[in-house]
Design a binder for this molecule. Structure first.
Ligand SMILES: C[S@@+](CC[C@H](N)C(=O)[O-])C[C@H]1O[C@@H](n2cnc3c(N)ncnc32)[C@H](O)[C@@H]1O
Length: 295
């Protein structure tokens, strides 16, 4: 049996962005895709063995639900095969290169050396089993929206994955960053990346969720699916100072209004919204005065 389980998927290309969030949610260590003209993509998604129980069935159900929701044709059923470790490692590394997710920021894996120019900030991210190398639209939206907002701030990063947003926030002048992540595998990776960037003095990684973050923050960033974000909005609000800024990404454009109105009901004012492909991000400011129940 191979050390990795690879699942073959094929579906309409328009679903790819949204489906990548599902792969991430189901704990895929990574995936690669190739266009399958005229309208499809073929995706190979990887999990370390033993793969989660019922994985194929979950993939099939979620892919079918997504296709139905987006009015796409029914996708081909997923199929699994095992691949040897060496093939995986070689193929995995081939898929990571130098990323420039926002102007002035370079993200590269440790196995590619990069000579930093004076006007650039470079960070090293070895992705392993966690999400966040800077290539995904949702990460790029977060980086773009926090880039000018970190100086001197206490920052909370919810769902840090590789640690990319926390490390970038520290480089952009945050005085302290607390990152929470509920997946222990991602936590291990984030800790390695924080160490590789000598960012440990400012960035603290906590295995847990929003409730585990101590203190009050000036800026919070959360690149989470709406289904993951909505349950933690109340706790996030409590941890933001009045006038503090919340950046949320990972929201499908079709869900943007629902998330915006939830934030308004929690006392936020929506300042900006940006879209990249099927993904939306919102910048919301916690109102200066807390909203109290009139009764
Ligand atoms: C889409 S990834 C974002 C990674 C990285 N922040 C980025 O922007 O590229 C979402 C991460 O959030 C984690 N996560 C999801 N819900 C969470 C929650 N309620 N508390 C802590 N971590 C959570 C997932 O395990 C995953 O690593």
């Amino acid at each position: 049996m191979g050390a990795w389980c690879v699942i073959h998927l094929r579906f309409e290309a328009a679903l790819e962005d949204a489906f990548s969030a599902i792969l991430e949610d189901l704990g895929s260590a990574g995936w690669e895709s190739q266009p399958e003209p005229p309208r499809d993509v073929r995706v190979l998604a990887y999990w370390r063995e033993p793969a989660p129980t019922g994985l194929i069935e979950q993939l099939r159900t979620r892919l079918e639900t997504l296709a139905a929701r987006m009015g796409a044709p029914a996708p081909a059923p997923p199929a699994a095969a095992a691949v040897p470790e060496e093939d995986w490692e070689a193929s995995w590394r081939r898929h990571f290169g130098i990323e420039r997710p926002v102007p002035g920021l370079v993200v590269h894996p440790s196995w590619i050396s990069y000579e930093v120019r004076p006007e650039e900030t470079a960070i090293v991210i070895d992705p392993k089993m966690a999400f966040g190398v800077g290539s995904h639209a949702t990460t790029q939206l977060c980086l773009r929206l926090i880039q000018g907002a970190c100086e001197g701030k206490r920052v909370l990063d919810v769902g840090t994955g590789t640690g990319i947003l926390s490390i970038a926030a520290a480089r952009w002048g945050a005085c302290e960053v607390v990152a929470v992540e509920h997946d222990f595998v991602a936590v291990a990776n984030a800790l390695e990346n924080v160490a590789a960037n000598a960012a440990g003095e400012r960035v603290r990684i906590i295995e847990g969720t929003v409730e585990d973050a101590p203190g009050v923050f000036d800026l919070a960033v959360a690149n989470l699916l709406s289904s993951e974000l909505i349950p933690v909005v109340g706790a996030l609000t409590e941890r933001l100072s009045l006038g503090g800024l919340l950046v949320v990404s990972g929201i499908l454009t079709s869900e943007r209004e629902a998330v915006a109105s939830l934030l308004r009901s929690e006392g936020f004012v929506i300042e900006t919204s940006e879209i990249s492909g099927q993904w939306a991000a919102l910048v919301a400011r916690r109102a200066q005065t807390s909203i109290t129940n009139p009764s």
